[in-house]
Design a protein around this ligand. Structure first.
Ligand code: ZN
Length: 358
């Protein structure tokens, strides 16, 4: 087989097409996406002791197959966070995330991070946000991405600290920062404890999202939508436990930014074929597909799409629809998202004509 034939075959196969199709990713945590080589280099450069030997580093950062819970999943962020306490480190890893995302043709990206987890070595919230914003702007420019940064409040942190995060990020709105989220261990720390921060962020003009309905039930989603007023939910896998919630999500156009493999790892769903993304999609609720964490979950958007194709029969047109939805609900400037959607649609048409002509 010639090189050309090999290329044609890989374009025709669905995994090859998925890898090439233009994509968008709305739910991805910066500290879950570090290259393992970057972790060891940052540790060396900044003299940060790592709790494992270099050859064990990858295993220490990737969630094991037999992961038991969200809490165990979150343990995988300890090492990456330990090397992300300097502005240059933050700037570097967001730039590398842009490069990694573009390599699989992600064109719209909203990386998220929690500034309050990066202040251990004396960096201020503002310095952390400024560093990530610089890295994002450089990466977006060099790799041709649109999107922006989402700041995460943390459920287990004091409410007043989350309010400070919302305040510190306000000056970056329109300059790299686009949204506000709340993340962390959901069940013991309800969103209602952090209403001040969430309301402040909403009024300041952040795009609003919240992790909900993953570690806790549907009432957590309802609180985020009805009390806080978010337009997007991170995961929301358990929303269908409350049948009354489903029409509400559909009618208000609330989007569930789902991460299928991560949801299996955290035991929010038992296996991929039981994942509710197909149910919500067919019900008419907006859904998108993301990685959550590229390194911790050892995945990419393409792999997530292939997983839901194999386990839940999502076809190419449906996967493209998830991408269009992501561009509709994204937090970056609307005109810019619409221009990108048209460009990506043209690219998609070209890909399709490549299939029908071959
Ligand atoms: Zn998440």
């Amino acid at each position: 087989m010639t090189a050309l034939e090999t290329q044609t075959w890989s374009v025709q196969s669905l995994p090859g097409l998925i890898n090439r199709m233009p994509k968008a990713e709305l739910h991805v945590h910066l500290d879950g996406c570090l290259r393992v080589s970057t972790i060891s280099q940052l540790a060396r450069d900044h003299d940060i002791p790592l709790p494992v030997r270099e050859e064990e580093l990858e295993d220490a950062c990737v969630v094991p197959e037999e992961c038991r819970s969200l809490a165990q999943y979150l343990e995988r962020f300890v090492i990456p966070l330990s090397v992300l306490q300097q502005p240059e480190a933050l700037e570097r890893v967001v730039y590398e995330l842009c490069e990694d995302a573009r390599r699989e043709n992600v064109r719209y990206l909203e990386p998220r991070f929690a500034p309050s987890l990066h202040t251990r070595a004396g960096m201020s919230l503002t310095d952390a946000i400024a560093a990530v914003t610089r890295g994002w702007q450089a990466g977006a420019r060099d790799f041709g991405l649109e999107g922006g940064i989402i700041l995460c409040a943390m459920r287990h942190r004091p409410p007043e600290q989350n309010l400070e995060v919302a305040r510190a990020g306000e000056r970056f709105l329109g300059h790299g920062v686009v949204g506000f989220d709340i993340a962390g261990d959901e069940a013991p720390f309800p969103i209602l404890e952090h209403l001040d921060a969430m309301q402040y962020a909403r009024e300041a003009g952040y795009g609003m999202t919240a992790h909900a309905g993953e570690g806790a039930g549907a009432e957590s989603v309802r609180d985020a939508v009805e009390v806080v007023g978010v337009s997007r939910i991170g995961h929301g896998t358990r929303s269908r436990e409350d049948p009354g919630l489903l029409p509400l999500l559909r009618e208000r156009g609330i989007c569930l930014d789902m991460c299928p493999y991560s949801n299996v790892q955290t035991k929010s769903v038992s296996c991929l074929s039981a994942h509710p993304i197909r149910f919500y999609y067919d019900y008419g609720i907006r859904v998108t597909v993301s990685t959550d964490s590229r390194t911790c979950s050892d995945t990419t958007v393409s792999r997530e799409m292939i997983r839901i194709h194999e386990a839940l029969d999502f076809q190419l047109d449906e996967l493209w629809q998830l991408t269009v939805t992501a561009l509709e609900v994204g937090f970056a400037d609307a005109a810019c998202r619409e221009t990108l959607r048209q460009e990506m649609a043209a690219e998609m048409r070209e890909l399709r004509s490549g299939i029908s002509n071959s």
